[in-house]
Design a protein around this ligand. Sequence first.
Ligand SMILES: [Zn+2]
Length: 250
Amino acid sequence: MGDRARRRRLGPLAGLVVAAVVAAGCMGGGLDQGEPQQPAPRESGPAQASPGARTTRADGTTSVAEFKQDFEDAVGLAEKYWTAQFRASGEQFRPIRRVVPYSRAGEVSCGGQGLPRNNAVYCSAGDFIAYDVNWSVSAFREIGDAFLFYLLGHEYAHGVQVRLGIRYDFTIQQELQADCMAGAYLGDSVRSGALTLADGDLDEFREGLLAVGDDPDQPWFAEGSHGTAEQRSEKFFSGYENSLKACDLG
Ligand SMILES: [Zn+2]
């Protein structure tokens, strides 16, 4: 730790893929869920923030309490980001009401349906994001710290879709757009200096997404489809590089 002090700005991202252990589940109307596969543990680089910037941090020892705090930081970053985007369009942004960690199946309900373990969702019924904290922490430890920003960015994007009145016919369209919006949130935050990523973070995205793309046999139109690893990464990095104009927000 500590050798590579200052995190570099990111170079061109072409060809990289995304992290989304999140494929697990998102909630709009229905609830989808899935078991994230577990990629091999890897080390991620040390973090050093530039003053005032949020920086992803990683080592294998992050506690649940630290994770919750980092997640809150990611939420704050998302609120700031979307508030600015809405303001630029002359609109006022209403932040997502709550973010709720849980650790037992059924501990949190959305629209009367108990949430399963190993999941993260945006619940439109209550306008909140809920995540299985133990599952999230283990993914964080195994994939890396950047995962957390992707996870939150994707779920937060579902809340933004609701605010914008965006509702596609197929789950996969909704999901891939959320991946694009998560990419834009992260890419723009890096460009503005609000977030600093470490050298290994983009690789973490890639590895994470490779692990959680839909099974190749799953029909794209199926309820719960999120997209293949290739589709998800393409959308994420399209948003990351080109900001929201890549995301068809209308
Ligand atoms: Zn989703």
